[in-house]
Every structure is written in C-alpha cells, then in structure tokens.
Ligand binder design. Structure first.
Ligand code: SAM
Length: 222
C-alpha cells in the first residue's frame, strides 16, 4: 500500500507553492490531475520532468478513480492536484479520498493555497466563524439560500462567476437585509482587487460594467 498526496497548487501567482509540495511532485511517479495540459505547464515551470499524468476530472471521477486505487495498491505513490488551489475544494477528489480510506490507503494532505481562505483573511469581515458554500446552484436556489439563513454571526463565503455575480448580489441584498459584502477578484494575480461595501452599494458600483476573472463573494450575516 502506498500514499495518496493531496497537493495544492497556485491560484494565480506561480510562486505560491510550498517547498514540500514541490518535493512531493518531484518524488511521486504519478500525478492525477484535472487537465493534463494545465498541469504540464505547472510542472514545466518548476522544471519537474518525467511524470506520468493521470486524468481525473468531473464527471468521470468514479470511473477514473479505479485506476488510481489500483496503482496505490501496487505501492505506487500518487499526488492529486487540481487546476488551481486545493484539490477537493469545489474540485474533484472527495470520492477518491473516501475510497482510499475505505481501502486502508494512507492519505496525506499538504497545506497550501485556496481562494476561500485567501479571500477571507483580507476581506475585512470577521474571521471568527465562517461557512463555505461553494458555487450557488443554478437550480433549487431557494433551498440553498434558505439553508444559509440560519448562519447568524457567520461570514458566508461563496465562489461565483462573472456572469452570475449581479444576480447573486441581488439575492444577498434582498434575502439577507443588505449585509456587508466583499468581492475578492483575481486573487494573487496582477489585477487583484477587493470591492467592499453593502451589497446594494456593490450592485451600484458594478452597474454598466462587466466584472472579469475569478471571484470569491463574502458577506457577514448579523
Ligand atoms: N480548488 C480551488 C480552491 O482551492 O480555491 C477552487 C476551484 S473552483 C473550480 C474555481 C473557483 O474558485 C473560481 O471560479 C473562483 O470562484 C475561485 N477562485 C479560484 N482562484 C481564484 C482567484 N485567483 N481569485 C478569486 N477567486 C478564485
């Protein structure tokens, strides 16, 4: 039996990778990744050569998992990465980790970048209690927003796309009584930006403009 390593990768700035993550990526024979082209670019950047890349992506996770489990049972070391940030966080990996645990395979998670924590720590919103809700769904939205309503005195963290940000801000304003809200955009990249204010103010600021890039939305429920 071998070890599955969960290896976080940069969310923008390529310097954001730990020495230990690089050590593991250099050592393992196999790297399971979402998009082999993106992972190849990352490996080239760090001059890591000779790796066998296994594609492991949504919605083929279950199917692709079998080959990875087989390798681990044969004693091969495998690292799991995603396109950016920490695997399993709004990214594939959960069913693989669950299966490893069931099969008695060791799972070692390395600490590293994830957009939700990077956004939270610079948001200016309280960090004492927070809840991460991933991407708001496109269907059954009422149930989703309703489930957040009980999270009084929590900072709520969401991932959102530029296409849906205005709609989500409208819901935050109307459903949660116009709370203090932050949009963290393009974290760790050249155009990194934090837009802070009541949800209604952010909506006014965004009027007529189209936000670009990757976004995290945070608001505090009082
Ligand atoms: N596993 C990743 C992590 O640990 O953050 C998240 C992957 S999820 C598929 C991608 C979403 O994460 C983006 O749509 C955006 O909401 C958020 N995200 C990722 N990188 C970001 C960045 N540099 N700035 C702002 N948000 C980011």
């Amino acid at each position: 039996m071998s070890t599955l390593y969960i290896v976080p990768t940069p969310i923008g700035n390529l310097k954001d990778i730990t020495l230990r993550s690089l050590d593991v990526l250099k050592r393992v024979e196999y790297i399971a990744c979402e998009d082999t082209r993106r992972t190849r670019i990352l490996l080239e950047h760090y001059d890591i050569k000779g790796k066998k890349l296994l594609s492991y992506y949504h919605p083929k996770e279950k199917e692709k998992m079998k080959g990875i489990i087989k390798l681990l049972k044969e004693g091969k070391e495998v690292a799991l990465v995603s396109d950016a940030g920490t695997p399993l966080i709004s990214d594939p990996g959960y069913i693989l980790v669950k299966e490893c645990i069931k099969e008695g395979i060791k799972v070692e998670a390395l600490p590293g970048p994830t957009a939700l924590i990077t956004a939270l720590t610079a948001s200016g919103l309280p960090t004492d209690r927070f809840i991460f809700m991933g991407f708001p769904p496109k269907k059954k939205t009422k149930k989703f927003w309703e489930s957040i309503k009980g999270c009084k005195d929590f900072t709520v963290i969401l991932y959102e796309s530029p296409e849906r940000i205005n709609k989500t801000l409208e819901v935050i304003k109307d459903y949660f009584n116009d709370p203090d809200t932050v949009i963290a955009r393009e974290l760790t990249k050249i155009n990194e930006e934090f837009i802070r204010g009541k949800a209604s103010i952010l909506l006014k600021e965004l009027e007529g403009t189209k936000l670009k890039g990757e976004l995290v939305v945070l608001f505090r429920l009082c």
